[in-house]
Design a binder for this molecule. Structure first.
Ligand code: ARG
Length: 475
């Protein structure tokens, strides 16, 4: 999480009205409430690093094209370094009157180095500046998100390898359907996360495009060299159209959509963990360090982490709707509305990173109650389909096989026996196609290992898939 993410930022209201950059045009001071209402510094100060990096690159470019002298460039770079140190030392006075991170830093620079500080904004506007800052910020955050994602994926691969042979009931409609291996189930979540990872990596390409140079909206009359600035900042491309450059927030929406989908996956996974950790299922044990107790009911161990992740999904989904709605009525180009992009974005990033971190840690400490899951798979007649497939292989039409198995299940229910516990003679009373080898398919182990093809639940396939998964996340 960003080190500048304070809930109560260090702000100072001492700045004089005369310091407003647009003072020349205005005769009346800003209404005090409006000043606070329109300011973004309380939250956009978290982009100070990116703002300074952008300014350093811009100053270098201005000197490169001869708009600044080398000495002016050096003074600016040196001054910005000092501003950065003072922010990082917690000594910087963020001012609401100076509205946002951009004007706060520029004013501090001018305080430090005098008139040269005022030259930094040549050929630039806060409109292209802010769009650049957000993109630089998100580029860094995407890298952190992807690395947390991989940590979680690795934990799932480890679990899958450890529990490749562990049998559990597989569900459809939350009713026992067919036996699967726990490892296979973990790798299903791996696949969800692998798609998420691909989406973040793909979205990074569109984040990493530079708006700087668009200035307010139309470009600038200075002989700027945008390629130079882009190289300095590590951008992969340059926004082709200045109007689009300052008004586009697609990349932010895309990132939030990816985050909402990833959170939705974690939410579904959480729902399973909450169920599985209950006394009724008792399939898994979450480590004590990821649960809390009850102040009143001594027996309780609550799965708070998955519950909270499930709950936090709501706010990220909400942020996606906020951003879509923020953009839907805006004409080109920049509008002040855009300032509202930051809080949903920042909260999306914080929530996602927090959820991924806690999940990656938690999944390294999940223990599995094999006997209980096995028993649950047996009790649910999970090999009924295997019996039907056996009959079909013996030449019985599927519809008839379905009926034979239905009768066998009914006998099992009435006599409280699993299919594998019903005698051969009894089974043969439903179909004379049934032979002694039927018990090979009625066992749980026989059932899972028969699904031995790419994507199937057989332990052999799970091990091979885990191996491939390890290679895939290296890409
Ligand atoms: N704080 C503003 C934002 O976040 C910066 C750009 C403001 N530009 C302007 N012309 N008012 O969008």
């Amino acid at each position: 999480m960003s080190d500048t993410n304070n809930d109560s930022p260090n702000t100072s209201q001492k700045v004089n009205q005369a310091e407003k950059p647009w003072n020349g045009r205005f005769t009346e001071p800003t209404d005090a409430f409006v000043e606070a209402f329109t300011a973004s510094v309380t939250f956009d100060q978290r982009m100070y690093k990116q703002d300074i990096a952008g300014s350093v690159a811009h100053a270098k470019m201005l000197a490169h094209v001869g708009v600044l002298t080398e000495s002016e460039r050096d003074q600016i770079i040196d001054g910005l370094g000092k501003v950065k140190s003072s922010i990082e030392a917690g000594e910087f006075n963020w001012s609401i009157t100076l509205e946002d991170v951009h004007m706060n830093i520029e004013a501090a620079l001018t305080d430090l180095i005098g008139i040269t500080g005022k030259k930094l904004h040549t050929g630039r506007s806060r409109n292209d500046q802010v769009a650049t800052d957000i993109r630089l910020y998100l580029r860094d955050e995407i890298d952190l998100i992807v690395s947390e994602l991989k940590r979680l994926q690795s934990a799932l691969i480890n679990l899958a390898e450890k529990e490749a042979d562990t049998i559990m009931p597989g569900f459809t409609h939350l009713q026992t359907a067919q036996p699967v291996t726990f490892g296979h189930h973990m790798l299903a979540w791996f696949e969800n996360l692998e798609r998420d990872r691909a989406r973040f990596i793909d979205c990074r390409k569109r984040v990493n495009i530079m708006p700087l140079g668009a200035a307010a909206l139309a470009g600038t009359t200075y002989p700027i060299d945008r390629e130079f600035t882009a190289r300095e900042l590590g951008f992969e491309g340059i926004c082709e159209n200045s109007l689009d450059a300052v008004s586009d927030r697609d990349f932010a929406i895309e990132l939030t959509a990816n985050a909402a989908l990833l959170m939705t996956h974690l939410s579904r996974f959480s729902e399973e963990l909450v169920l599985w950790a209950s006394a009724q299922f008792n399939f898994v044990e979450l480590s004590d360090s990821f649960c809390t107790g009850s102040s009143i009911m001594p027996q309780k161990k609550n799965p708070d982490v998955p519950e909270l992740v499930r709950g936090k999904t709501g706010r990220v989904n909400g942020h996606l709707i906020s951003l879509l709605t923020l953009m839907k009525g805006q004409p080109l180009a920049y509008n002040k509305d855009n300032q509202e992009d930051k809080e949903p974005l920042f909260d999306t990033v914080d929530t996602l990173k927090g959820s991924l971190k806690v999940y990656a840690d938690m999944m390294q400490h999940v223990s599995v109650n094999k006997d209980i899951m096995r028993e649950a798979a047996i009790r649910g007649f999970s090999t009924a389909t295997d019996l039907a497939d056996y009959l079909v292989r013996a030449g019985v039409p599927f519809r008839d096989a379905h009926e034979v198995v239905g009768k066998a299940v009914r006998l099992g229910v009435e006599s409280k026996r699993d299919l594998a516990e019903i005698s051969l003679e009894e089974l043969q009373s439903f179909s004379d196609q049934i032979q002694a080898d039927v018990f090979d398919v009625l066992t749980l182990e026989g059932s899972v290992s028969a699904r031995n093809h790419l994507g199937g639940t057989a332990p052999e396939q799970v091990r091979a898939a885990a191996e491939r998964a390890k290679t895939r996340i290296k890409e």
